[in-house]
Design a protein around this ligand. Structure first.
Ligand code: ATP
Ligand code: MG
Ligand code: MG
Length: 553
């Protein structure tokens, strides 16, 4: 990667290392296991892991599992699979819930130091006490409880004496602070809920603000990198670290990834799944890592995309075609070329010897000198694309028409003769002659053929299902679009071709379920990847991206 200028995080880290503030760096990726990872998380993952790699440091994977109601082991497992698939290995697998006892002790310290109190106010009362940006808040009537009383109540909260919502633990900071997060923020809530790791051991759970910075400090995270919406949380992050006298992790914020035509909120992605707009979290139209993987995106392409967009300090909107471009670049190098006819029309070669089949050699990938070749059967009756034939063709039409010559890929030059059509004018059969001395690789015919068509032999062709995709949303900038995001779902985002016809060798390449199965370029069609649900009896291929940017128009 030929990036010369450093991003602002690299500058901070280099300064910290030069100043001796740190000997080495430790970052973390802290997902909440309440959904599947999406392309925005890939950005955060690459930022954290690549910074550590670049400076010889390490990265922890820490599950921010402080919200038992929405979290599950299924999500934990999917997150680990996705991070690994992207090509990263964490130093340690950790859970905020590992620290529940330690966090409880931290809370006790704040209480004893007169910096936290148990508040019996309801959620609504607390919201009212908070005031507004233009008005200072008001003190809770419970704010002056003594440390002894607070400690007793907090221990009884833990012991399960109170129902959900009866009271909270709040930090005692400043109800007049211009920063709303400093107005006596809630640190603990009562939730009688089963946790996927700690079971029923706890009925009080720390809030994000109380768990996150403290977990960073416990792990000695040097640079805690998060997205811009946490700028407002930083004073509280620093206040807690200072008052607790724990390791001074520092928080830095960068702009989250926003992408055109794409939703990137787990809550909304879950809504797409639950309401049946897509078939699941790994639907190939989803911007989840598992959806992108199933569709045929590659880790290398996603990492390259993340590198190219860089690390910004201002929110912006990245064009999804950049991700598609990176994918096309990568797949052009690795994709095996195969011939598949999507909308077949019959082509008969009138001078081909009756009943003869010839095996023709065709290279797997002209971009890859080591890619080798395969054999493709050729015969006197072929399928070609319907739109590769035109009766009254304009001068610049370099495909087949009566009297015009084209090359059949890796085979011969043919010249169009005549055709049959049904009563609606729909072509039912095209006839042509071939030139025996025009064989690819040993062409002595001297005939100029401008176009090259893909084809399959009718007798040998195998049916495959093709799933092409259009954008899942019709709106470019969903953050600014009117109405609900669901109003903008494209009802025609899946375009199925139930029976395309493929060269028979494609069956030998089938390997659904193997993450190392090959990617394909179906010639003149696009990049394709076998779907997870594909079987030898019913092969299915997902379009990853088209050959060119067809969206820019
Ligand atoms: P969502 O809004 O989709 O639920 P989240 O931030 O709540 O996302 P987390 O599991 O808490 O999800 O995210 C883990 C990490 O990934 C956090 O550090 C978060 O800042 C980062 N992250 C989430 N979305 C993006 C994004 N679009 N771009 C960059 N980083 C992101
Ligand atoms: Mg979060
Ligand atoms: Mg969230």
């Amino acid at each position: 990667e030929a990036r010369v200028s450093k991003n602002f995080l690299e500058e901070i880290i280099e300064k910290d290392l030069a100043d001796g503030r740190h000997q080495s760096i430790l970052t973390r990726f802290p997902p909440e296991p309440n959904g599947y990872l999406h392309i925005g998380h890939a950005k955060s993952i690459t930022v954290n892991f690549c910074l550590a790699q670049k400076y010889g440091g390490k990265t922890n994977l820490r599950f921010d599992d402080t919200n038992p109601v929405t979290e599950s082991v299924e999500y934990v497992e999917s997150i680990k699979r996705d991070v690994r698939w992207l090509g990263f290995e964490w130093a340690e697998e950790l859970y905020a819930s590992n620290y529940f006892e330690q966090l409880f002790e931290f809370a006790i310290k704040l209480i004893r130091d007169g910096l936290a109190f148990v508040d019996d106010s309801t959620a609504e009362e607390i919201a009212a006490q908070k005031g507004s940006l233009t008005q200072p808040g008001t003190h809770s009537p419970y704010r002056d409880r003594t440390p002894e009383e607070n400690e007793d109540l907090f221990r009884r909260m833990r012991a399960g004496e109170f129902p959900d919502g009866a009271c909270t633990l709040r930090a005692k900071i400043d109800m007049a602070s211009p920063n709303m997060h400093m107005r006596d923020p809630v640190l603990y809530r009562i939730k009688h809920a089963h946790h996927h790791r700690t079971g029923d051991a706890w009925c009080i759970y720390p809030t994000y603000d109380f768990a996150h910075g403290q977990s960073d400090a416990i792990e000695n995270i040097t640079h805690s990198i998060c997205t811009l919406e946490f700028v407002q949380h930083r004073p509280l992050y620093e206040w807690l670290i200072e008052k607790l006298g724990i390791y001074p992790s520092r928080q830095y914020e960068f702009a989250r990834l926003n992408m055109t035509y794409t939703i990137m909120s787990k809550r909304k992605l879950m809504q797409l799944v639950n309401e049946g707009h897509v078939a699941g979290w790994d639907d190939p139209r989803m911007p989840t890592i598992s959806g992108l993987r199933r569709r045929g995106y590659t880790p290398a392409a996603i990492r390259e995309f993340c590198a190219r967009i860089g690390v910004a300090k201002r929110d912006n909107l990245i064009d999804v075609s950049l991700l598609e471009f990176c994918t096309r670049e990568d797949l052009n190098k690795s994709g095996l070329r195969r011939m598949v006819v999507f909308d077949p029309v019959k082509l008969v070669i009138t001078n081909w010897p009756e009943g003869k089949t010839e095996m023709l050699e065709s290279e797997n990938n002209p971009e890859d000198p080591e890619g080798g070749s395969r054999e493709v059967p050729f015969s006197g009756t072929l399928w070609i694309e319907r739109d590769d034939f035109m009766v009254d063709a304009p001068r610049k039409y370099f495909r087949l028409s009566p009297g015009k010559s084209v090359r059949l890929k890796s085979a011969f030059i043919i010249t169009g003769e005549d055709y049959d059509a049904d009563e609606n004018g729909r072509i039912t059969e095209i006839r042509c002659t071939y030139h025996p001395d025009s064989r690819s690789g040993s062409d002595t015919s001297g005939i100029k053929a401008k176009g090259t068509l893909h084809w399959v032999s009718a007798e040998h062709a195998v049916p495959v299902e093709i799933r092409n995709y259009d954008r899942l949303f019709r709106e470019e900038n969903l953050a600014e679009a009117e109405g609900d995001f669901l109003d903008h779902v494209n009802p025609d985002s899946l375009i199925t071709i139930p029976q395309a016809l493929a060269e028979p060798g494609l069956l030998d390449d089938l390997d659904a379920g193997n993450p190392a199965r090959p990617h394909f370029q179906f010639m003149r069609k696009g990049y394709y990847y076998e779907d997870d649900d594909s079987t030898p009896e019913r092969p299915v291929f997902n379009q990853t991206v088209g050959l060119r940017d067809t969206w820019a128009k």
